[in-house]
Ligand binder design. Structure first.
Ligand code: PGA
Length: 255
């Protein structure tokens, strides 16, 4: 943990209009101003990114995209490209979120192209992996997470740029359900992800990659999760919508 600064990202999903986003970020900016030793970011919906960039200018809160399409431009109605995200001031992008995989049918091959496009344009991918409840009960967690990682990184295999990766372990059964993996359950998978990255990149590089936990993270459970050696931050959905509760999670990560 010592060699990795914790990284807390709020995933706003499909919440907040421009007005609501401005209000929330103005409060958040003030609330985290004096918290040191932790990186944080917010992933607002696309139509409010520009307004958010304005509020966040000069702050240390990163602007994060929720998704991208892996072409620079073209006839792809409803999609947003990596250069567009970069131009609005985003520096990270969430890819392969379970809602994209399960509600919108994204597969590992598409996610791998997205990871490549993000890296080519200097956006740090936050690659999400995680098993469903059925898969956990069938003892398939290790196989599912390992396969999502190796397939999701297939297009950048061996690339030196991989040190800029962030991985988010989000057990699908814990997202938006109020169920959280216990710190022990989460650490077990995080350790496995670190081992996978060690084989893939070499242990020295793997030691620098931040692995976030996501799934019903709240002010009340953040500290115990973040105390685990391979949990280097959190991807927070519901609790990130309220600036005070998100700031409390950032505070917990600062120790
Ligand atoms: P949650 O969402 O914190 O509301 O469970 C996490 C996520 O989807 O990233």
């Amino acid at each position: 943990m010592s060699e990795r600064t914790p990284f807390i990202v709020g995933n706003w999903k499909m919440y907040k209009t421009v007005l609501e986003a401005r209000e929330a970020l103005t409060l958040l900016r003030a609330a985290v101003r004096d918290i040191n030793g932790v990186d944080c970011g917010v992933a607002p919906p696309f139509p409010v990114l520009d307004a958010c960039a304005g509020v966040l200018a000069g702050s240390h809160i990163a602007l994060v995209g929720q998704n991208l399409y892996p072409e620079d431009e073209g006839a792809f109605t409803g999609e947003v490209s990596a250069p567009m995200l970069k131009a609005v001031g985003a520096n990270h992008v969430i890819l392969g979120h379970s809602e994209r995989r399960h509600l919108f049918g994204e597969d590992d091959a598409l996610i791998a192209r997205k990871v490549k496009a993000a890296m080519e344009h200097g956006l740090v991918p936050i690659l999400c992996v995680g098993e469903t409840l059925e898969q956990r009960e069938a003892d398939e967690t290790v196989a599912v997470v390992t396969s999502q990682l190796s397939r999701g990184l297939a297009e950048v295999k061996g690339g030196a740029e991989l040190s800029s990766l962030v991985v988010a372990y989000e057990p699908v059964w814990a997202i938006g359900t109020g169920l959280t993996a216990t710190p022990g359950q989460a650490q077990k998978v995080h350790g496995l992800i670190r081992d996978f990255l060690g084989d893939f990149l070499g242990p020295a590089k793997a030691a620098h990659i931040r692995i976030q936990y996501g799934g019903s993270v709240k002010p009340g459970n953040a500290a115990e999760l973040l105390a685990e050696p391979d949990i280097d931050g959190a991807l927070v959905g519901g609790a990130s919508l309220d600036p005070d509760s998100f700031a409390a999670i950032v505070e917990a990560a600062a120790g």
